[in-house]
Design a protein around this ligand. Structure first.
Ligand SMILES: NC(=O)c1ccc[n+]([C@@H]2O[C@H](COP(=O)([O-])OP(=O)(O)OC[C@H]3O[C@@H](n4cnc5c(N)ncnc54)[C@H](OP(=O)(O)O)[C@@H]3O)[C@@H](O)[C@H]2O)c1
Length: 252
């Protein structure tokens, strides 16, 4: 879906240029006119062609979407696993019961549900409250945390005076005035870890919660900076302090 296939083509091109093993994940969008399991397999084959790969490491159902039930797409993922076209199966934006249904269907075919890609960050902790995180953790389904930088807000570069461009400015207009105490705390904690930035603290926090963050990056500098979230850990006390501050921002 991203760039109508261009994103996958670019990844395929970069993989060839790099010449080393990279873990590649992509997704299936169950647009309502896609209803057969064969349509998932042919969409997957299209992705593989664009990526210039024989098999992808992780294939995810992008959204739970009517009319087809979760069991149907989970069973199609199991077919793809049987065919050797994917190495693991995942979902995205699945709530607790949808996750259980997908997990159980795959388990009946002898496969694990590897992951659920969900929005998760210091400003979006709904998955802790609605039970989906606990369910995934209990079933060893890895949570892939999307928008882990709160779409840029947790970098600390946006303020009331300097809101993010486009729809983000509108979406976060109520949250922006409450953000400074959290960013101050993130800067303080960052200083104790050799000048880590708020973005690196935000990403490390999601890792400490047992998830895999996938931050978006608009340029090389941001990608390199985000990689600085790896190779070290916040302490349990720091995670607790960040939790408390983010709770305060939500409830105030
Ligand atoms: N499964 C789903 O339904 C779903 C939904 C949404 C997103 N996602 C995925 O999640 C990933 C990332 O999410 P996202 O892009 O929405 O949000 P995000 O990772 O929270 O924020 C990314 C944005 O923050 C800014 N940024 C990133 N690194 C920075 C740095 N080091 N310093 C300063 N600014 C930085 C950039 O925007 P600016 O420079 O313009 O501020 C960048 O586009 C993407 O791969 C996306 O495909 C998945």
């Amino acid at each position: 879906m991203y760039g109508f296939g261009k994103s996958e083509k670019l990844v395929g091109q970069f993989l060839k240029q790099m010449g080393r093993e990279i873990t590649v994940a992509t997704k299936f969008f169950p647009i309502p006119y896609r209803i057969t399991k064969g349509q998932l397999i042919s969409a997957l084959k299209g992705s593989l062609r664009r990526l210039q790969m024989d098999a992808v490491d992780l294939y995810q159902i992008h959204f739970p979407m009517l009319p087809m039930p979760e069991e149907h797409w989970a069973s199609a993922l199991a077919d793809a696993l049987d065919m050797g076209l994917i190495r693991s199966a995942g979902v995205s934006n699945y709530n607790r019961s949808q996750t259980i249904r997908a997990h159980n269907t795959l388990a009946q075919r002898g496969f694990p549900l590897a992951s659920n890609q969900l929005e998760y960050s210091l400003i979006e902790r709904k998955i802790e409250r609605n039970g989906v995180k606990a369910e995934c953790d209990a079933r060893r389904i890895k949570i892939i945390a999307y928008s882990p930088l709160g779409m840029g807000l947790l970098t600390g570069k946006y303020t009331v005076e300097n809101p993010p461009p486009g729809t983000r400015g509108l979406q976060y207009r109520r949250l922006l005035p409450k953000l400074p105490p959290l960013i101050t705390l993130m800067n303080e904690i960052g200083a104790a870890h050799g000048d880590k930035t708020p973005a690196q603290i935000a990403l490390n926090w999601t890792i400490c919660k047992g998830t895999i963050p996938i931050p978006g990056a608009k340029n090389r500098r941001q990608a390199e900076a985000n990689a600085g979230a790896l190779g070290w850990r916040l302490t349990a006390d720091e995670v607790a302090a960040l939790d408390e501050m983010s709770d305060r921002i939500r409830t105030e």
